[in-house]
Design a protein around this ligand. Structure first.
Ligand SMILES: Nc1ncnc2c1ncn2[C@@H]1O[C@H](COP(=O)(O)OP(=O)(O)O)[C@@H](O)[C@H]1O
Ligand SMILES: [Mg+2]
Length: 462
């Protein structure tokens, strides 16, 4: 069967997969970013809590006295901080705005402090980024309250390491999510397109004569397509039924009156004594024969065209079929003293084909051979099997093709230039060509060496 090459507007599958992959990539990226941000701020909050507690612990150890503030730095505060890694820790304690111990250049908070609840800020210090917690409290010195500020700073390499590690995990997670989602999107694309593929396959698998409506279950989105397809099939099968009826009716309504006309002309011929009238009647009978022949071939051609679409294939023995068809032509050939030389294989040559179509093709080949043969000619018909091909050759020793090409002569209504004296419609070889093409075979008409023509027909077996 010929397949139409349709212009493709791209693949739905590719488009679907591409869109899903872009979506998945964006989602993976968002997932990565949010995990990183959330994890980063969680770590910072934890670290701040430790730094804040250490700062408060130091502040709480400050004691007021009669002549000053007693500072006793609790080492537990630093061990608390030391537990969090290899970070460096700095501190600065100010009494009434003057640094009394610690690093004098440790940056101060740029806003008023809120007592013992620590204020946190991040600064550059000693070419490192430090996180700083600052608290203040007042201590009684003598009978006067003094303001004491405690500032503790810590570098953040431990926190950065943790955040980096979490970012790695987040990236792995994002990639994993991407991989799984990409796989799922492939599966989704496939499952979305599955019904379309199933439908295409179900329709494609049908034989050409299967014109039942498509009843394959399809998703609701495809229902309009299937409905349109079914309407189309219904119209096509209606048209085919009308064609078939027309061919049958036409055959009946044209052939029958022609036969009646011919019979009546023959009776008139027998009854008439007048020579001129007899000649006229003979002319009439010839015209009726011509017409009957042309009509016959036209209808034959119509039937062949119809049947190539609506084939009914069966097991056929090509050898027996050839023998039968040659027998049919026996009487017509005998009238002109033409003989048949038949060479068939001994065993049956079986193939799957449409019997009526093959009969029509062979009939037309034999008809030509008889028609274009000289009186007392010999027609040799041979059938051979070569590999998976059956080769039928019909050779006559008639007038030959006088240079005409096989491809030209098989055209519709095409006749040779050397056959104007013989009745014909130019459809015989068209029928042969169409039948052979429908069966995937090959046909060629060639000049025969020593005069005459050979029709070579090959059909695939099986
Ligand atoms: N056996 C043959 N010998 C010579 N010419 C042939 C033969 N078969 C076919 N042809 C040529 O091919 C033409 C087309 O054949 P066909 O289609 O059967 O039409 P028709 O026989 O009605 O003329 C013929 O008109 C004739 O010129
Ligand atoms: Mg013919």
């Amino acid at each position: 069967m010929k397949r139409l090459r349709l212009a493709s507007s791209g693949s739905i599958r590719q488009r679907l997969i591409l869109q899903l992959l872009v979506l998945v990539a964006v989602l993976s990226w968002v997932l990565y970013l949010s995990i990183r941000t959330v994890a980063g701020s969680a770590v910072e909050t934890t670290q701040d809590a430790i730094l804040g507690s250490a700062t408060i612990a130091i502040a709480e150890e400050l004691r007021g006295g009669v002549d000053g503030v007693a500072i006793d730095i609790p080492y537990t505060a630093f061990s608390m901080l030391g537990a969090t890694g290899e970070d460096r820790v700095f501190y600065r304690i100010l009494v009434d705005g003057a640094t009394v111990t610690g690093y004098e250049d440790l940056p101060l908070a740029d806003q008023p402090l809120g007592g013992l609840s620590p204020f946190f800020y991040t600064r550059e210090y000693q070419s490192d980024t430090v996180r700083i917690a600052a608290v203040e409290r007042s201590v009684i010195v003598g009978s006067r309250p003094v303001r004491v500020e405690v500032i503790v700073a810590q570098t953040r390499s431990a926190q950065d390491a943790i955040v980096a590690q979490m970012a790695n995990r987040a990236a792995t997670l994002g990639l994993g999510f991407f991989a799984i989602a990409a796989l799922l999107s492939l599966l989704t694309a496939r499952s979305v397109l599955q019904p379309v593929n199933n439908l295409a396959e179900a329709v494609g698998r049908r034989g050409p004569q299967d014109l039942r409506p498509v009843e394959w279950p399809v998703p609701s989105e495809l229902a309009p397509l299937v409905a349109a397809l079914n309407q189309f099939i219904a119209r096509l099968s209606g048209a085919l039924i009308r064609t078939e009826t027309f061919i049958a009716e036409a055959a009946h309504h044209i052939r029958t009156p022609l036969a009646t006309l011919r019979a009546q002309a023959e009776i008139a011929l027998r009854q008439s004594q007048d020579e001129a009238a007899r000649a006229a009647i003979r002319g009439m009978i010839r015209s009726v024969d011509d017409s009957a022949r042309s009509v016959g071939q036209l209808l034959d051609h119509a039937a062949v065209v119809y049947r190539t679409d609506q084939r009914t294939d069966e097991e056929i023995d090509l050898a027996a079929l050839t023998r039968d068809m040659v027998a049919v032509f026996g009487p017509a050939a005998e009238l002109r003293d033409i003989g048949f030389e038949l060479s068939l294989p001994d065993e049956p040559v079986t193939m799957t084909a449409d019997r009526l179509l093959l009969e029509s093709a062979i009939r037309n080949l034999l008809d030509n051979a008889v028609k274009y043969s000289a009186l007392e000619g010999l027609i040799s018909v041979s059938l051979e099997v070569e590999g998976d091909q059956a080769r039928l050759t019909v050779c006559d020793s008639g007038r030959g093709l006088s240079g005409a090409k096989s491809a030209t002569l098989t055209g519709r209504f095409r006749r040779g230039e050397n056959v104007s004296d013989v009745i014909g419609s130019g459809l015989g070889l068209t029928i042969v060509r169409e039948v052979v093409a429908a069966h995937g075979g090959d046909f060629r008409l060639t000049e025969r060496e020593g005069g005459g023509a050979c029709a070579n027909l090959s059909l695939p077996l099986g």
